[in-house]
Ligand binder design. Structure first.
Ligand SMILES: [Fe+2]
Length: 258
């Protein structure tokens, strides 16, 4: 039986879409995925009340949860905390409900693309700092020769849309090429609130980029709330299905391959 992951992102507790979250929770209860991965923007403004709502929801699922922080997950109203200890609230949530995940089919490796400040606006866009990239490359080096599928999880897509001239993620091109060269099969992410699944190439290094949509009311470019089922077998075998939940109405999720 291949490993089945639910990939969700950009829940933005505070402006979450309750109907979409209920649909995911029902699917978790019915289908019991091996793990649920959330690639950041767990909260809208990183308020304690939003983190409490996130903790309650994740804890209620009863399956392993893997988290990565997004740009919305650092304190917004407390600049002192944002600059001195930006991930304290996130780390508290992760300690309560999150962890790592691997199986006989797949290994998940984190990559931090979220920073508390940068020299450009908007601060919401991604940055792959050298230390963050090195930590991911070290983890991939330790997996060299491992037959399992290796998936890197990050909040920001490492590359922009194919038609875009500029990559909004600073350091994303280099990170993509080096992570692909280090043996990762795919990188999964969120942030843009629009789903995608495409094979991309940088400097002759090819890797799959998979993104899921939002489960919040912050819809972008007409994309409805969505999440993804990712099925993995060893050797880089990855199948994905996007599931769409109509905003504000509880529906049986439709499945549509991307
Ligand atoms: Fe984001």
């Amino acid at each position: 039986m291949p490993t089945r992951l639910f990939h969700i992102s950009d829940v933005h507790f505070g402006v979450e879409d309750r109907a979409a979250l209920d649909a995911v929770a029902r699917a978790v209860a019915d289908e019991r995925p091996d793990a649920l991965v959330c690639t950041g923007d767990l909260t809208q403004r990183a308020k304690h009340s939003e983190y409490a709502a996130a903790q309650a929801w994740f804890a209620s699922l009863g399956v392993p949860v893997v988290l990565e922080p997004g740009n919305h997950d650092m304190p917004y109203y407390n600049p002192w905390e944002r600059f001195t200890d930006p991930f304290r609230r996130y780390e508290r949530l992760k300690a309560a409900v999150g962890g790592g995940f691997c199986s006989s089919d797949v290994v998940l490796v984190p990559l931090r693309t979220t920073v508390s400040a940068q020299t450009r606006f908007p601060w919401s866009d991604g940055v792959v700092r050298p230390a963050a990239l090195q930590a991911t490359l070290d983890a991939l080096a330790a997996l060299k020769g491992d037959p399992r599928t290796i998936i890197v999880i990050a909040h920001h897509p490492l590359l922009g849309p194919q038609e875009a001239r500029k990559n909004p993620t600073i350091g994303g091109d280099e990170a993509f090429a080096r992570i692909a060269a280090a043996g990762a099969d795919a990188v999964i992410s969120g942030h843009v609130h629009v789903p995608f699944d495409e094979q991309r190439e940088v400097d002759g290094r090819s890797m799959r980029m998979i993104g899921t949509g939002t489960l919040s009311t912050r819809l972008r470019h007409g994309a409805p709330p969505s999440w993804r089922v990712i099925t993995c077998a060893p050797g880089g075998v990855i199948e994905t299905r996007l599931r769409i939940a109509a905003a504000t109405t509880v529906t049986q999720p439709d499945e549509a391959a991307l």
